[in-house]
Design a protein around this ligand. Structure first.
Ligand code: ZN
Length: 535
C-alpha cells in the first residue's frame, strides 16, 4: 500500500535479535563449548557431550559424542569412527550390567569407558531432529554427579546410559505368551504400538495409515493366541521404577502384584530402553505416541522454543494438563489410535489416569483439571486429594516427611479410586485404560535405587496393584484383561562428594547461550551493542 503523503518515513523497528548465527558460526562456537566441557578438570561431573553435525562423507546428519577421553562419530550403520583419543561410547550393549547381581556389585560411579549407551546414534539423532526446539549440544552428567543446587537428587536419571535408560517391561494376561522372566529387551517407543495392537488396532493402521511411521514396533513376539473380543487392555506406569530391583523384589516375594503379572506373562530382564534424555515427560510422550523426542516435540522436562522465544516446562504440576499444546503434528496418541477403531457408543473407549499425555482419551484426569478452570493446573486441586496419613497402601509413615513422597501417595490413592470407578463393571470398562503411578519416582529420587525409601515406594505401588487385581477378581474378569507394566526411565545413585557445575567454564567463553535443564545448551545470537549478554 502506498504511503500517505506528508507523513514522516516509518521509524526502523529495532530488533533485539540482530544476527542469526550462520552454520559456520554455530560449528565454531559449539567447538568452543565442547572443548570447555571436555576439559580434564570437569571429567568428574561431565560424562559426555553430544550433538549432531553434517557428515562430510554423506552430507547427512550424524551423531557425535565427546568426553575428556576422546571423540567419536556414530554412523547409522552402527560404525564408530573414532576421531580423537579413545571411543567415549565403548559399549552400546542394552543388556549391560546383567544379571542384576552385576549392577549391585558395581553401583553408580563409572566412567563413560566402563558404561554402556544403547542405541546411542538413533537416540542422539532423535533429540536433535527438531530445528525449533533441539539444543545445539547436550551435556550429560556423570552418574556420580550430585547437583542439588541445580535441581539434582540423591537418585538421578536423564542420561543416555543403560541403567538410567532401563525401564521395566512386563506383558501379562489374556493373549500374552506365558514365559516368565526372559533375557530380552525392548524400547519405550515400542509401548504405544504394543498397546494399540493389544487393543485391536490393525497392524496396517500402525504402519501405513498414520502417514508417518512410528519409531517403535508392536512386540508381537510376546503375544500368543487367545485374543479376546472385545479386548480389554490396561497399561500401567510406575514412574522411575528401577527394572532390576523391581524384578528382584518380585522374585523374592516382596512384590506379589508384580509376581502375579509375571506368572501369567513375560518380563524382559533388559527392560525397555528410554529415549534420550531419560527424563519423565519426554518418555511419557514417547511411550504414548511411539515416537522419539525429535518427532513428538517434547524434547525435555524443560526446553527452549526458538520460534516462540518461550522456555517450555512441560513437566510441572501447573502445566501437565497442557501437554497437548507441545505435541508436534506427526504425534498421535495411543488413545487417538484406539478410538479410531472402537465404535463410540455410550461407553468410555479409552481412559487416562494421572497422566499428562492424554490427548484424545475419552476419560482423563487432566481433562478434569482443565474443566475445573484451575489457573495453577493440578497444583490448584491439592485440597481435593485424599489424606496421605490415612493411606492403607503406605508401608512406612516416616517417608511422608518427604513432601514429594507424601503428595505422590495422595495422587496414587486417588488414581486407584479412579481405576475402581472406571472398572465398576466389566461391560462399561474402557477398551484401553492407562494408569500412571508416581510414588516410585519420589522414592528413587530421595534415596536412589535399592534404598529403603525406594523399595518402600515399590511396595506401596504393588499394594495398589494388588488391590486393583483383587477388584478385578471380584468382578471375575482378571483373566480376560491384557496388562502391560512399564516405567519412563531408570535410576542411578549419585555420590554426594562429586559436586560442582560446568556453568562457570561456559560463562568464561563470553559466548551468548542458554543452558536449560541444565544440560541443553542453546547458542544465542549476539546481542546488539548496548544490550546485556543473555545467558
Ligand atoms: Zn519419571
Amino acid at each position: 500500500m502506498p504511503m500517505a503523503t506528508g507523513r514522516p518515513p516509518p521509524r526502523r523497528i529495532r530488533s533485539v535479535v540482530v544476527s542469526i548465527l550462520s552454520q559456520a558460526q554455530v560449528s565454531a562456537r559449539r567447538e568452543s563449548f565442547v572443548a570447555a566441557l571436555t576439559a580434564a578438570d570437569l571429567a568428574p561431573i561431565v560424562d559426555l557431550v553430544v550433538w549432531v553435525e553434517v557428515d562430510p562423507s554423506t552430507d547427512a546428519p550424524v551423531a557425535m559424542a565427546a568426553s575428556h577421553a576422546g571423540r567419536v562419530r556414530l554412523h547409522d550403520d552402527g560404525r564408530h569412527q573414532v576421531l580423537e583419543g579413545l571411543d567415549p561410547i565403548a559399549s552400546e550393549d542394552p543388556m549391560a550390567f546383567l544379571p542384576y547381581d552385576l549392577e549391585r556389585a558395581h553401583p553408580g560411579p563409572r566412567s563413560s569407558r566402563e558404561n554402556s549407551y544403547p542405541y546411542a546414534a538413533s537416540r542422539i539423532l532423535s533429540l536433535f531432529a527438531d530445528p525449533g526446539r533441539s539444543p545445539d549440544l547436550a551435556v550429560m552428567h556423570t552418574p556420580r554427579h550430585f547437583f542439588p543446587d541445580e535441581g539434582g537428587h540423591v537418585g538421578e536419571h536423564g542420561s543416555l546410559d543403560v541403567i538410567q535408560s532401563r525401564a521395566p517391561l512386563l506383558l501379562s494376561g489374556a493373549g500374552v505368551a506365558v514365559r516368565g522372566i526372559v533375557d530380552g529387551h525392548a524400547r519405550l517407543v515400542d509401548v504405544c504400538p504394543t498397546l494399540a495392537a493389544m487393543a485391536g488396532v490393525p497392524d496396517g493402521d500402525l504402519r501405513d495409515a498414520l502417514g508417518d511411521p512410528l519409531d517403535g514396533r508392536a512386540l508381537t513376539e510376546y503375544l500368543g493366541g487367545g485374543r479376546l473380543t472385545p479386548p480389554k487392555v490396561i497399561g500401567i506406569l510406575w514412574d522411575g521404577a528401577h527394572c532390576g530391583d523391581l524384578l528382584a523384589l518380585a522374585e523374592s516375594g516382596e512384590l506379589p502384584g508384580i509376581a502375579r503379572l509375571i506368572t501369567n506373562g513375560v518380563a524382559l530382564r533388559g527392560g525397555a530402553v528410554a529415549q534420550f534424555p531419560s527424563v519423565t515427560l519426554t518418555n511419557h510422550t514417547s511411550i504414548l505416541t511411539g515416537l522419539g523426542p525429535g518427532r513428538h516435540g517434547v524434547l525435555g522436562n524443560v526446553f527452549y522454543d526458538r520460534a516462540t522465544g518461550e522456555r517450555v516446562v512441560p513437566n510441572n504440576a501447573s502445566t501437565w494438563h497442557r501437554s497437548a499444546e507441545w505435541l508436534r503434528p506427526p504425534a498421535r496418541t495411543v488413545f487417538e489410535m484406539v478410538n479410531s477403531v472402537v465404535p463410540q457408543g455410550n461407553s468410555v473407549r479409552t481412559a487416562c489416569i494421572d497422566e499428562a499425555v492424554d490427548r484424545g482419551a475419552d476419560y482423563s484426569t487432566m481433562a478434569r483439571v482443565r474443566d475445573s478452570g484451575s489457573s495453577s493446573g493440578t497444583a490448584g486441586l491439592n485440597e481435593q486429594l485424599p489424606e496421605a496419613q490415612s493411606s492403607v497402601h503406605l508401608h512406612d509413615r516416616a517417608h511422608l516427611s518427604d513432601s514429594y513422597f507424601s503428595w505422590c501417595t495422595q495422587v496414587d490413592d486417588l488414581g486407584l479410586a479412579q481405576m475402581r470407578q472406571l472398572w465398576a463393571s466389566p461391560d462399561s470398562a474402557p477398551t484401553l485404560t492407562w494408569w500412571a503411578n508416581i510414588v516410585s519416582d519420589a522414592g528413587h529420587h530421595a534415596g536412589g535405587p535399592r534404598s529403603e525409601i525406594a523399595r518402600s515406594s515399590l511396595r506401596d505401588s504393588d499394594s495398589r496393584l494388588v488391590a486393583f487385581l483383587e477388584h478385578l477378581d471380584g468382578l471375575g474378569v482378571t483373566d480376560q484383561v491384557t496388562f502391560l507394566l512399564t516405567a519412563d526411565h531408570g535410576f542411578e545413585g549419585s555420590d554426594p562428594d562429586v559436586t560442582g557445575s560446568w556453568r562457570p567454564a561456559l560463562e568464561s567463553l563470553s559466548i551468548p547461550f542458554r543452558d536449560e535443564g541444565p544440560g541443553f545448551i542453546y547458542l544465542l545470537p549476539d546481542p546488539e551493542p548496548g544490550d546485556g549478554v543473555g545467558s
